[in-house]
Write a protein that binds this ligand. Structure first.
Ligand code: ZN
Length: 338
């Protein structure tokens, strides 16, 4: 036994004695309060969402022309989106395939899946569709011509491309994935996102494809947020019923965050059942990622914006304030997630 181990051999009994003596001699000592939970480290401030940038991203998409799958405008827009995502530091996985639409026609599919910090196990999924309606079936004129899709398609992508610009700087919390789905809006006209059960599966084909064949095996995320038709002037967002069914806690988180940012009048604490289906349905059903839809409920129509699936869905309906309300809320939710 050397000197150090000899001293060490004395230490334990000595400590025990001191401890016993202390306990025995101080019966009336005040109760020590339970140790307080360690304060969570402060999160870095949320970057400012730039609505001008989001607006410019919507304009850029519209400038390509209608983004109908299989057309040069669609390809050019997708190429540009991939370049934007890579410039923002994302690893981009392109998922290609072929899907059959309700007419039996086969269409090429190109989902864009962008990932930041892909090595982090915890994930947040943000998504929006980027294809546009190949017809104006809700219009009175030129029904068989494709629409601009500034709001329906363009707005969700514009907001997420602006959020994407900030994600490389996010060194805390879960990693973020942005999924731009293709072939969402090529569904059967009569059932266009209404309650017609027979046609519901003809919509959101890109999200269905992604959910059945996730390009990252076993893909999971803590939660998902879908943006669809978020850019019209004075847009108001009610709690969407399918989101409430699958992901009420995510709805609560997002609506609470919006209120805290002063957007409570735009995010109304009331549930409306007006969406027949959307990209969040296969993500919830097949991948079981609790995913919500932020989508405008328009009081006058009792459903979507009056420009929906008409030629009026152009840049004239897009408003920076609406893009800002949604974009700043989603960015705050993403940034505050530990
Ligand atoms: Zn649509």
């Amino acid at each position: 036994m050397n000197r150090t181990s000899f001293l060490r051999s004395l230490q334990w009994p000595a400590c025990l004695l001191v401890a016993l003596a202390f306990t025995a001699c101080t019966p009336d000592a005040p109760e020590t309060p339970p140790p307080a939970a360690p304060a969570l480290p402060e999160l870095p401030p949320t970057p400012a969402f730039n609505a001008d940038s989001a607006y410019a991203f919507v304009q850029r998409q519209v400038d390509f022309g209608p983004r109908v799958p299989g057309t040069p405008a669609h390809t050019a827009c997708a190429d540009w989106m991939v370049a934007r995502l890579k410039a923002a530091g994302a690893e981009v996985i392109e998922q290609t395939g072929t899907v059959s639409v309700y007419t039996g026609q086969k269409l090429p599919l190109r989902n864009l899946f962008a990932r930041w910090a892909p090595d982090r196990k915890e994930r947040i999924l943000l998504l929006a569709h980027y294809d546009t309606r190949p017809m104006a079936d809700k219009d009175d004129e030129r029904k068989n011509q494709p629409i601009d899709g500034a709001n329906d398609g363009g707005s969700g992508v514009g907001v997420l491309l602006e959020i994407a610009r900030h994600l490389a700087a996010k060194e805390h919390g879960p990693g973020v994935d942005i999924l731009f789905t293709d072939v969402e809006d090529q569904g059967q006209p009569s059932g266009a996102m209404t309650l017609d059960d027979n046609s519901i599966d003809t919509w959101a084909l890109g999200a269905q494809y992604f959910s059945k064949n996730p390009p990252v095996p076993g893909y999971q995320a803590r939660f998902g947020i879908l943006l669809d038709m978020v850019g019209a002037k004075d847009a108001v967002f009610y709690r969407e019923a399918i989101s409430m069914q699958f992901a009420p806690a995510v709805v609560a988180k997002v609506w609470k965050t919006a209120a805290a940012l002063g957007h409570g009048e735009r995010f109304v604490q009331e549930t409306k059942y007006f969406v027949g289906t959307d990209d969040h349905v296969p993500i919830n059903r097949t991948l079981r990622i609790p995913t919500i839809d932020i989508i405008e409920y328009h009081e006058a129509t009792g459903a979507f914006h009056p420009s929906w699936h008409t030629h009026d869905d152009n840049m004239a309906v897009i408003d920076r304030a609406s893009l800002n309300v949604v974009g700043s809320t989603v960015l705050e939710v993403v940034w505050k997630e530990r």
